[in-house]
Design a binder for this molecule. Structure first.
Ligand code: ASP
Ligand code: MG
Length: 421
């Protein structure tokens, strides 16, 4: 018998039929003797609708009221799933964030969970009741107000709850059957990864794969909570229950410790992110303190700078500085730079949002040399120019022109032997 957290995303609960389907997935686990807490998202499109109503009412709105509105989507699905379970003869009760409670900090709209007391829920589960929990929300105790966790936050709710309940696994049900070596829409030869390490998944999530919210992976990694990505679109009884047979771990992708992965590849996946923008500041003085004067004000304006390249100066006095930001933050970035022109003393600023960041990821890079050299050569052979590069121990990212995105991803996927045969 296992304790299982099952999280169902928006497309899995898109309508009443889908919610009934989810109830059958839960029933399979209950029938196998597992204790279940189900975490639900809002129905597809509902959160977007709520957010746009808020913005339509007032662009400059109170973040606490934004939370009061957008948290409602999950309440609907939680209640409906509890009803669907009850009509299958399963004891079930819905729980909103404040009832558990899921405690958060005060950053309304992108709050962090600071604690969950799992004990009361654990008792309910032990008594044979299924707990249906609203994802995406908690309560900020000082002012006793609802707070939401940021878009995609239900993944984080699920992992946090799994940790609090000391669950055996956190199963994240979605509309794809696992994590792929790259986006299968771009590369039809992409393969499902049976297992992927926390570190790799974290890079994949933050480098553009949209399967899991980055924060949820961080949390899973810190607490070593095995988390599985799987599809709710598979018929509920065509799937083995957790612990039910030896093959249950072959379904989906398990995010786990790298020691658990026997056949570790050097490169496990290729990610790409289209929402990047490139900014080049032309002819800034080449002297100490300039970088601080450029990036200090950007940090103060909450602009996240990603890749940074500083050219060598030809004349020893001036240099060009190139960096990337999220495309949505480009207008704010240019505004900030305009304001600091006198202080920094540059010639001009150029920008473009027609760029993508392509990354190769793999823990195997720690012990294999030459991964980057291979990448650069393969891109050069295709005539793809690299605009910026960043690396970490387990990833290499390059910035290239957007028109080459698909060619680059396909080329690298083949290069590192990821194509399925
Ligand atoms: N419903 C919320 C959103 O769309 C949370 C989630 O689905 O994870 O962002
Ligand atoms: Mg999601």
């Amino acid at each position: 018998m296992a304790v299982v957290v099952m999280k169902f995303g928006g497309t899995s609960v898109a309508n009443v039929e889908r919610i009934k389907n989810v109830a059958r997935h839960v029933k399979r686990e209950v029938d196998a003797g597992n204790q279940v807490a189900a975490v639900v998202s809002a129905m597809t499109g509902v959160t977007n609708q709520l957010v746009s109503w808020v913005r339509e009412t007032s662009v400059l709105h109170d973040a606490r009221e934004y939370d009061a509105v957008v948290a409602s989507g999950e309440m609907v699905t939680a209640g409906l799933l509890a009803i669907a379970l009850q009509s299958l003869g399963i004891q079930a009760r819905s729980w909103q964030g404040w009832q558990i409670p899921v405690i958060t900090d005060k950053s309304h709209g992108s709050a962090r969970i600071t604690g969950i007391d799992g004990e009361p829920l654990r008792q309910r589960l032990a008594a044979g009741e299924v707990a249906v929990v609203t994802g995406f929300q908690g309560i900020e105790p000082e002012n006793n107000r609802l707070a939401t966790l940021g878009r995609g936050g239900s993944d984080t709710s699920a992992v946090a709850l799994a940790i609090a309940l000391k669950a055996d696994i956190c199963d994240i049900y979605t509309d794809v059957d696992g994590v792929y070596t790259t986006d299968p829409r771009v590369v039809p030869k992409a393969r499902r990864l049976p297992k992927v390490s926390y570190e790799e998944m974290l890079e994949m999530a933050s480098l553009g794969s949209k399967v899991l919210q980055t924060r949820s992976v961080e949390l899973a990694m810190v607490h070593r909570m095995r988390t599985r990505v799987l599809s709710s679109f598979v018929a509920p009884d065509a799937m083995p229950a957790v612990g039910g047979s030896n093959s249950w771990e072959d379904i989906g992708t398990i995010v786990c410790d790298e020691d658990e992965i026997v056949e570790q590849q050097v490169v496990s996946g290729i990610a790409y992110a289209k929402d990047e923008a490139k900014v080049t500041i032309l002819k800034v003085a080449d002297k100490p303190g300039i970088a601080a004067r450029i990036f200090g004000p950007l940090a103060e304006a909450n602009v996240n700078v990603d890749m940074i390249v500083q050219n060598l100066s030809a004349d020893g006095r001036h240099t060009d500085m190139t960096f990337t930001v999220q495309a949505s933050e480009l207008p704010r970035t240019l505004e900030v730079l305009k304001g600091t022109k006198a202080d920094i003393g540059y010639f001009d600023v150029k920008s473009s949002a027609d760029v993508v960041k392509v990354s190769v990821i793999g823990v195997g890079m720690r012990s294999h040399a030459g991964v980057a050299a291979m990448m650069f050569k393969a891109l050069a052979d295709k005539g793809i120019n690299i605009l910026a590069i960043t690396t970490s121990e387990i990833k290499i990212s390059v910035l290239i022109d957007a028109v080459y995105a698909e060619l680059a991803v396909r080329t690298l996927h083949t290069l590192y032997g990821l194509d399925k045969d």
